[in-house]
Design a protein around this ligand. Structure first.
Ligand SMILES: *Cc1c(COP(=O)(O)O)cnc(C)c1O
Length: 366
């Protein structure tokens, strides 16, 4: 048997989640299109495989930058690719035009660079406005001038999509999202708009526009901390699993792992699993973080090592070498593990390293 720690990626669940995003995009007034965001190696799921699975369904895919887009193009992905972080230098403008990359630009200098460029093919551009995130985006007062500059370029395809990004759409009782929506709608009425990320698409119907931009929800976890009727329809895509490698009994008073951070209060059975922070299991996961062993919840006992974790299986019946372990997936949400690791589920998924083998599964051929 080879090392049993793997991430099984359920491409049927991925497609079902994308279809839910499309269903939400089509509700309400506008017939919104749904960009499938696959940046950061598709939030750790493998950008190429995810792009291949979604390309037949999605009118365009979203990545962070030209390098991510080029890697997908060179591997044969032909869908338009939106560059969510825009461009970093003038030479990327020609690349965008040539490869059908659509940069989302949010700095006056980028807009001016595009206006001065003369790419050999027409260029699609999204113009990002800062409505309150204060990270990227042109200022509202710059909008009329910079929008006109783009729209009047002979090489820019009209209409230009006007976008913004939300600071707090995952907070369902925080009205800042409404304020950001109102600001963009007041500024850019009549233009095609793109606002919604995953939490907004799920929970803020007024944010839906001509293009919606879900990422995280495609991978099947809820962006919210509380239950939500739409988010509860998502199906987890990643099943991060392993098998028990060793089981030992230790006496009361003995400690487990680096730094002796967990100490047995009774005679305890400890199962050792060959997975660690080198595989993307968070080192910050505290003692007591739930791990599923044979379908039963058992608490993490001792510090997460690079290649191993240890779990207290005293209370879950017989456990033997080779038994099934789930770190997160259909039986245990990544959100719960993230809460025990003092981080966000976005980070846990995105940090899955190349070392962890990903296995792609689909029962449906498309
Ligand atoms: C990453 C990103 C998204 C997707 O956000 P999720 O919360 O993962 O849905 C949307 N828009 C922009 C600009 C992004 O950078």
């Amino acid at each position: 048997m080879s090392r049993p720690s793997i991430a099984v990626i359920d491409l049927d669940a991925l497609r079902a989640n994308y279809r839910l995003a499309c269903e939400l995009s089509r509700q309400g007034g506008v017939q919104g299109q749904t960009l499938a965001v696959v940046k950061a190696n598709a939030y750790g799921h493998g950008a190429l495989e995810v792009a291949r699975a979604l390309e037949p369904l999605a009118p365009a895919l979203g990545v962070a930058c030209c390098d991510e887009a080029l890697a997908l193009r060179e591997a044969g992905i032909t869908a338009p690719l939106v560059l969510l972080e825009g461009i970093f230098s003038a030479d990327e403008i020609e690349l965008c035009a040539h490869h059908d990359f659509w940069p989302m630009v949010g700095e006056a200098s980028q807009v001016e660079g595009i206006a001065q460029a003369r790419p050999r093919s027409p260029l699609r551009v999204w113009l990002k406005v800062d409505t309150g995130m204060h990270r990227l985006g042109i200022l509202p007062e710059e909008f009329p001038h910079l929008h006109r500059l783009l729209a009047e370029c002979p090489h820019v395809v009209n209409p230009v999509v006007v976008a913004t990004h939300f600071a707090s759409a995952d907070e369902l009782d925080n009205d800042y999202t409404s304020l950001q929506i109102e600001r963009l709608k007041a500024l850019a009425a009549g233009h095609p708009l793109s606002m919604a990320n995953s939490p907004a698409l799920l929970a803020w119907p007024q944010s839906r526009g001509h293009w919606n931009r879900p990422g995280f929800m495609l991978y099947g976890s809820s962006p919210f901390t509380a239950p939500h009727p739409q988010a509860d329809r998502l199906r987890p895509v990643m099943h991060f699993k392993s098998r028990v490698m060793a089981v030992r009994e230790i006496a009361a008073g003995e400690a487990v792992g680096y730094g002796e951070t967990w100490r047995a209060r009774r005679t305890s059975r400890i199962a050792t699993i060959p997975v660690g922070y080198g595989d993307g299991y968070p080192r910050t996961a505290a003692n007591g973080t739930p791990v599923l062993v044979n379908g039963h919840i058992a608490p993490l006992a001792g510090r997460v090592s690079m290649d191993l974790i240890t779990v207290d299986v005293t209370d879950i019946g017989p456990v033997a070498v080779g038994d099934e372990v789930e770190l997160w997936g259909p039986g245990l949400t990544v959100n719960l593990v993230a809460a025990h690791a003092a981080t966000s589920p976005y980070e846990l998924l995105t940090r899955i390293p190349a070392r962890l083998k990903r296995v792609y599964q689909s029962a449906i051929s498309t």
